[in-house]
Structures are given as C-alpha cells and as structure tokens.
Design a protein around this ligand. Structure first.
Ligand SMILES: *[C@@H]1O[C@H](CO)[C@@H](O)[C@H](O)[C@H]1NC(C)=O
Length: 362
C-alpha cells in the first residue's frame, strides 16, 4: 500500500511542478545527460559495444530486414517510442548508479542488492536495444533518428523510484496498444508483432517492479489503454528538462498542459478527487469535463465541480467511481473540451487540453 501513495503524491507533485525550471526538481538535481560510458546512444552496428549491450540484454536486436517505408503517422509513432526509450535508459542508468553506490535513500538490503542490480542492468540494456531498434527503423524508413534530451527524476528513494518506474511503464504499456492499432490503421501492420514482443517484455519488467514493491505482479485482467499524446506529454511534463532537446522532437504530437492530481494517498474506494491545472490557454472551465481511462472500459466522463480559481491556477473536484468499475492499476485522467461520449483513449486524447493526471491504485 505504502508505495502507491508515494507514487500518486510524487506524480501529483511532479505534474504541478512541470512548468517550473528544472532546478526546482529533486532539490536542485543535476540533469541527467547522455552519452553513457559505453557511448550510448551513439552505437555502431556491428560493433563490440553493441555485442556487449546485447550480452547484458540477454538477446539481440532483430536481424531481419528493416522497413524501408512507413506512413508519416507511423514515423511519428516510432519517434515517440525512441524518445520514450531514451528517457527510460536515462532513468534506469540513474537508478542503477544510486543503488550501486548506496546513495542515501537507495540502500537496499544486501540480500536483495545483487538480484535487483542484475535485473536492472538487463532491463537497462534491453531498453538500450529498444531505443537503438526504434532509431534504426526511423533511419531506414525515411524518418530522423531521435537524439536524447536532458532529464530529471522527481524521486529520491528506492521505493519511490520503483513505484514511479511501474507507473510510467504502465503508461507505456497502454500506449503500445494504441501503437498497434495505429500501425494497422496506417498500413504498417507488419510491425505489430514487434510491438507485441515489447509489450510482453515491458509487462515482465512491471511484474518485477511490482514484486520489488510487494504488490502482486499482475495488476489488472486487461491493462489500461493510453494514447501516444498522453505518454509524450507525461515525459515532457515530468522528466525532460525544458528546452534541452536538440531537435524539436515531434511537432505532430501535442504536449498537453499539465494536470495535477492533488489528492494524496488515493485509496481503492469511491471518493471525490481534487485536481488542478494552470489555465495558460484561458479556457472556460465550465465547458470542460474530467475523463478517466482505466482498463479496456469506455472512458468515464465526470462533471467538474467546486471550481476555484487563483490567478491562472484552477482547482476542481470530480467523483472517482472506484467500486462500480474496480479502478485498480493505472487510471489516466484528462480534462477535455467536450463531454464525449468517448469510444477509447485515442478519442479522449483528441479532445484533451490538460493531462495526463496519473492515478495508480493497488
Ligand atoms: C538518484 O539519486 C539522486 C539523488 O538523490 C536523485 O536526485 C535521482 O532522482 C535518483 N534517480 C533515480 C532514477 O531514482
């Protein structure tokens, strides 16, 4: 129980801190910068360095032919995937370093340390291969490989870091479902199995993170769906140091305004939650709705109540209908400019102004 509390609180804090300069994260944290000691992300294929990464990852990059042509939408999708995988490599590199050096807050029991480091080292190498693979697809299919940005991580202890890891991995797992649907819709369905192999892989990671945190490994019967714009917005709002990306990443993918979940310590029960956002767009709050995406269910639309405005900051309440829907695992909250009804996460993303608010229960 302890950690989802930590994670909801941290993510709320991170989301509300999102527009602030990087120096306000993690108590003046130094941003994480690439390259890694092995030169990643600049890895030649073939090379001894790549072979070393593959050995650590317990397997190889796919050795079949790369696609030589993809739709513009699929190029944008693989750009988001590459951007996300680069961030994940940064995150796990920082985490491994903290645990290895026993940084304050990251002292894990000696009996667990080897297993945790062995797992995280393989996971980091696997993420390196995901990033190299996505960039190789971009290069081969007429896109532009994605270069890394600088990153900050709004956590300062092992438990919070693990809880944040399975929370953002949940967002990725939801987004990759949407990636598969998009690849098929755009005539690039031959890449669906590759994405399926990554979904399973990231799910295995999440089972381990949840177990490190004493949660049951499998969180839901049907994992929560997400959409590329939610994942991309979350990475930008929470982790990327503003202005640090060498290329204007992806103009076709929107970055929403941040939506903070202000209620801490969210329990598995029906309740009212409080949210806030900075109304930089000057929208009329009475025209907005709050939408929850959980599992494979139709998005739930709630009324925005009890609105309070202070300068540009808007705080409001919305019902969280836990018990009728068993809203465990990841719930994505979004403030939309319509009341739907929405068929799925993608439809919600199209009408989203602020989000994702990230809620993780059990
Ligand atoms: C590593 O430790 C530093 C110092 O506490 C912290 O700022 C950073 O967020 C940690 N990284 C991760 C991924 O937990």
């Amino acid at each position: 129980m302890r950690s989802f509390i930590v994670s909801a609180a941290l993510l709320a804090a991170a989301a509300s801190a999102a527009p602030a300069p990087a120096s306000s994260y993690g108590g003046g944290q130094q941003p994480f910068k690439f390259p890694l000691a092995n030169g990643f992300p600049n890895i030649k294929a073939p090379s001894n360095t790549l072979t070393n990464i593959e050995t650590q990852a317990h397997g190889t990059l796919p050795n079949g032919a790369l696609p030589t042509k993809l739709s513009a939408n699929s190029i944008a999708t693989f750009s988001v995937i590459a951007a996300n995988e680069l961030f994940e490599v940064a995150y796990f590199t920082s985490l491994i370093k903290n645990i290895t050096h026993g940084v304050q807050g990251y002292e894990v029991p000696a009996s667990d340390k080897d297993y945790i480091l062995k797992s995280l080292t393989a996971i980091r190498a696997q993420e390196e291969l995901h990033a190299i693979g996505a960039n190789a697809i971009l290069a081969s299919a007429g896109g532009k490989p994605i270069a890394p940005c600088e990153y900050v991580f709004p956590v300062d202890n092992f438990q919070a870091a693990i809880s944040l890891a399975y929370t953002f991995t949940d967002v990725v797992l939801g987004t990759l479902q949407d990636v598969q649907a998009g690849l098929i819709a755009n005539g690039d369905g031959e890449l669906v199995p590759l994405i399926g192999s990554i979904i399973g892989q990231e799910g295995e990671q999440n089972g381990a993170f949840r177990a490190f945190d004493e949660k049951i490994p499998s969180e839901l019967p049907f994992l929560t769906r997400s959409a590329g714009a939610f994942a991309f917005s979350a990475i930008n709002q929470i982790f990327i140091v503003p202005g640090s990306c060498p290329q204007s990443l992806l103009s076709s993918i929107p970055v929403f305004g941040a939506l903070a979940v202000d209620t801490m310590n969210i329990q598995p029960k029906d309740q009212t939650l409080t949210f806030s956002f900075e109304n930089t767009k000057g929208v009329k709050v009475k025209d907005l709705s709050l939408v929850y995406i959980n599992q494979q269910n139709t998005p739930i639309v709630e009324k925005i109540c009890n609105v309070k405005t202070k300068g540009k900051m808007v705080t409001f309440d919305a019902t969280f209908p836990y018990s009728a829907n068993l809203m465990n695992g990841l719930t994505i909250a979004a403030v939309t400019n319509s009341a739907g009804p929405f068929a799925d996460a993608d439809a919600v993303a199209k009408d989203t102004l602020f989000g994702p608010g990230i809620i993780e229960i059990n």
